[in-house]
Design a protein around this ligand. Structure first.
Ligand code: AMP
Ligand code: MN
Ligand code: MN
Ligand code: MN
Length: 285
């Protein structure tokens, strides 16, 4: 399984383990020729990624994974190809930074009351502009409070646990609009990973389309073949383009290595068609 395009990657600018330049090197070494860094709610790593990629002959487009909400659930929307300096993008980034900091304080408080050292863990994350639950989970592991990351989520931070705080992220409409105003296109991330019935998932995808969304992330890290078929059907029924991305946070995890992905089914228009002949040449397609 190899794919030359990876439009879903995380760096140390949010909750990934590699710096943007180390991630560019890793992606290039894995055979990726076109990628986007899509950190959670931040564009802070994009300049470093672009500079390192240029050195390597790796083509990039700007990226971000914006937190959004729909019917009380966290929904992730990847933005691609926007102008990172555009006020609409920076407003989206700053609003979520404030939300993330406030939410972390609430999580810390809840953990304290549940008997875990939330405030102490939070103190180690002070410098982060966009703290995530991943950062907190890693800290709980470092402090010996949880055995590993999955355990930290299962016991403390996942849905229904003491440290799970419902966050009023911006709506799908507002999120797509931020990306579109910034000159980019919106991709609904990992559509099969949300806890939804098949009917709810169909409603989500058509809602995303009506809100101005462009593409569906049909191929994503670690999914089964039938998930690709399901996502392909959703994209085709809604007139959406298709995207692929590993959602790599740590290349040591084999199923989330950059570019370690099935190829996008030919029946759908790839979202990368819009980045022109140069990129097609880089991809040799
Ligand atoms: P947040 O955006 O702060 O809610 O954090 C969400 C991030 O936590 C996701 O992007 C994942 O990287 C990570 N995450 C969520 N659930 C788990 C889990 N069960 N095990 C490990 N990481 C998780
Ligand atoms: Mn993450
Ligand atoms: Mn996500
Ligand atoms: Mn992601």
């Amino acid at each position: 399984m190899r794919n030359k395009v990876d439009f879903h990657l995380h760096s140390t600018a949010s909750d990934g383990v590699l710096s943007p330049s180390a991630l560019a090197a890793c992606a290039h070494a894995s055979g990726v020729r076109l990628c986007a860094l899509t950190d959670h709610d931040t564009t802070a790593g994009l300049a470093e990624m672009a500079a390192a990629a240029t050195e390597l002959g790796l083509a990039t487009v700007s990226g971000i994974e914006l937190s959004s909400a729909w019917q009380g659930r966290d929904i992730h929307i990847v933005g691609l190809g926007f102008d990172a300096g555009h006020p609409a993008i920076q407003a989206a980034v700053e609003a979520r930074s404030a939300q993330r900091k406030a939410r972390m304080a609430t999580i810390a408080d809840r953990l304290d009351r549940a008997g875990a050292p939330g405030t102490e863990a939070m103190a180690r994350l002070q410098g982060l502009t966009h703290p995530t639950r991943t950062h907190l989970a890693r800290t709980l592991v470092d402090m010996g409070v949880a055995a590993d990351m999955p355990a930290a989520f299962a016991r403390w931070l996942g849905r229904g646990r003491a440290g799970h705080v419902r966050t009023e992220w911006p709506s799908i409409e507002a999120t797509v609009q931020s990306i579109t105003l910034g000159g980019g296109v919106a991709v609904l991330a990992h559509p099969l990973r949300y806890t939804l019935s098949a009917g709810q998932r169909r409603t989500l995808v058509s809602h995303f389309r009506s809100a101005g969304g462009t593409a569906l992330e049909i191929v994503t890290g670690g999914v089964a073949g039938h998930h690709i078929e399901t996502a392909l059907g959703l994209a085709l029924r809604n007139g959406l383009e298709g995207s692929s991305g590993s959602d790599c946070h740590d290349p040591a995890l084999p199923w989330h290595r950059p570019g370690r992905l099935a190829t996008l089914p030919e029946a759908v228009v790839p979202v990368w068609h819009r980045w022109g002949a140069t990129l097609h040449a880089a991809l040799e397609i």
